[in-house]
Every structure is written in structure tokens, then in C-alpha cells.
Design a protein around this ligand. Structure first.
Ligand code: MG
Length: 260
């Protein structure tokens, strides 16, 4: 199902997006060496429920997981890349951490992810991977406007990832979003321009390029949740929820957008 939001729903999407952006920015600042992933999950819960919003993850129970996710945020460290389940792990200087957060507020969901290095260490490979996913995300957003097709966004994202030398996994990618977190259309992180669904104002999309340093193969933890690089290499992931407007694309999940 593809949803087209009306003006009132778009306003609620902006509120949900602003909340996601602000929570992620707060958690980025707090995620220093010595912090436990379970602390981050608890802080996420406090901020989501404190704002009167709902976590899209805590009861999320797709077929691949053994039982509901049971946590409020995805925390993926180093070789973990997607669906990272918070567990008893203490962050160390130089860890590459991805936080992925989706909330629903007044019936509309927003979804975003950030990758960053913990502490002061700046290993060149980690910096390059994070910058590459951020540039790919920006390219996908720049290609999003009424009349463009999903393939144009996939092509823009995949071109940045490919030219930086990364393999692109096509099992997981971006998605439509609206009254629920995951909707059609699927947005692969590689694709051909001019193909696929034509974008219309009122469409909400979550674009999410992600890469692994030297592979496109994933392995899954025994609980069915955390997806890791098959080689143990590090990974990075950047995501924003955007709204297609008459003028182009509006990024909803930036920090600092909340109305007073
Ligand atoms: Mg997503």
C-alpha cells in the first residue's frame, strides 16, 4: 500500500520527524565511551514516552525475529548494521555506532538513523564509510521531487556508494512510511533511473543507504534480529524521512526543527 498524506497528516509527520531528529542528536551527544547500549535504550524510551509518542520498535514482530523486538531503539556497533538489538555492551573509544529510531506520534511515523564514531578516535576507514552513506543519502534526497521515479533515487544513492568502492546489498533498503513504519514502495540502494513508482506530493519516504567495508553479505544473530557483516568488517548507515512536496523534498528528521 502506498499512502499519500493530506496537509494535517503532513503536519503531524513534521512533528514526529522533529522528535526523532532531536532524540537522535541527544543520544549522539550522550553516547560516549563507557556508556552501555542498555542506557541508550532507556534514554530513548524516556524521551519517546515523555513526548507522548510511541516506539515503532518495541512491539515490532516481523517473521524474521524471534518474538517482538522489545527495545526502543536499534543500536548497531562496528560489524552490526541493521536491527541492532540493544544488549549489555559498554561503548569504547573508536567504536562505530549506528542509532536507528522510529516513532509514531498522533498516528504518523518517522524513521531516521545516524552513524558516528564514539569518543576521540577518528579511524580513516570509519570516517570514510560514514561520510559515504551521508553523501549517498543527500544524493537520494536531491533526486526526490514530484514526477521523479523511485529508480531515480535508487540510482542516485547507488552511484555514490559504488563510486566510493562499496558493494551494495539489495535485501534491505528504504521504504514508504506514513501511518505505519514500513510501507511500499521499497527503495533499493541501487537501481536504474526512470523506473518504478512516480513520486507525488504527500508521499513520505525513508531513504537509508547502508554499507559494509568489504562485503555485501550479512549474517544474523541467533535471536533473528541483529544483522552483521559476514566478514566482521565495520558498517555504516544514514537515514532520513522525507516528504515529497510541490517544490521537491523536505527532510523531516533533522534535529532542531521542533516547534516551541
Ligand atoms: Mg527505515
Amino acid at each position: 500500500m502506498i499512502e499519500i498524506l493530506n496537509r494535517a497528516q503532513l503536519d503531524r509527520a513534521r512533528e514526529a520527524g522533529a522528535l526523532v531528529g532531536d532524540i537522535l542528536e541527544t543520544l549522539r551527544r550522550r553516547s560516549t565511551a563507557g556508556v552501555n547500549l542498555l542506557d541508550i535504550d532507556r534514554w530513548a524510551k524516556e524521551m519517546i514516552t515523555g513526548a507522548g509518542a510511541q516506539s515503532c520498535y518495541v512491539d515490532y514482530a516481523p517473521s524474521f525475529g524471534r518474538g517482538p523486538f522489545g527495545h526502543y531503539i536499534c543500536t548497531a556497533v562496528n560489524d552490526a548494521v541493521l536491527h541492532g538489538r540493544p544488549h549489555d555492551y559498554t561503548l569504547a573509544d573508536g567504536d562505530l555506532l549506528t542509532l536507528d529510531l522510529a516513532v509514531s506520534q498522533r498516528g504518523v511515523a518517522a524513521d531516521a538513523a545516524i552513524s558516528f564514531l564514539v569518543g576521540k578516535a577518528r579511524p580513516a576507514d570509519g570516517v570514510a564509510m560514514i561520510e559515504t552513506t551521508e553523501r549517498a543519502l543527500a544524493a537520494g534526497i536531491a533526486a526526490a521531487r514530484p514526477g521523479a521515479r523511485i529508480g531515480d533515487l535508487s540510482h542516485a544513492i547507488g552511484t555514490v556508494l559504488g563510486e566510493a568502492g562499496y558493494l551494495v546489498n539489495t535485501e534491505f533498503g528504504g521504504h514508504g512510511i506514513g501511518s505505519t513504519m514500513h510501507q511500499d514502495p521499497h527503495i533499493a540502494n541501487i537501481g536504474r533511473p526512470g523506473r518504478g513508482y512516480k513520486l507525488r506530493p504527500g508521499l513520505l519516504l525513508a531513504l537509508e543507504p547502508w554499507i559494509m567495508a568489504d562485503t555485501d553479505m550479512l549474517v544474523t544473530d541467533a535471536d533473528g534480529w541483529t544483522l552483521r557483516s559476514a566478514t566482521g568488517c565495520r558498517t555504516a548507515h544514514s537515514e532520513h524521512t522525507i516528504a515529497i512536496t510541490d517544490d521537491g523534498a523536505e527532510i523531516l528528521t533533522l534535529p532542531g526543527q521542533a516547534r516551541p
